[in-house]
Ligand binder design. Sequence first.
Ligand SMILES: [Zn+2]
Length: 160
Amino acid sequence: MTCPICAWSPDNPVYILLHETDTWRVVLAPNQRLVGRCILHLKRHCGDLADLTADEVLDWLAVVKTMENALRTAFDATLFNVSCYMNHAYRENPPNPHIHWWLVPRYNHEVELQGWGFEDPEFGNPYRHDCQLEVPQSLHEEIGARIRLAIETARARQGT
Ligand SMILES: [Zn+2]
């Protein structure tokens, strides 16, 4: 059974690589209804949070810090909804889950990019999973580039 997360490759034009550590990688999500929405992939195939190692948990925290900072810098994100579901994997029999976290920035203001206005009409409530927006490739790439630039800028400031 193939696992789409294990099959990910760096030339993927949609799930653009934003950041990685020894144990996690962060990619841009196809749905940019909430601009900057991204996904944290565990780099090894493992389907249960209880099976994470202590190192992976600590590294996860560092990744969340890096990404929250970057999304604040890039788009002035107000807060973040962080969640791990893996529900879709259980539509298959047998299921083949691979740990991934959704990091979804939330906004109390509009963000404008390339003439597009990104709003968060459900701000203050859970976001709606059925609100989808796939932006043109050039805009998708610009969103990724802005996030990567914010990460690099923070790294340069810290001298790491
Ligand atoms: Zn996998």
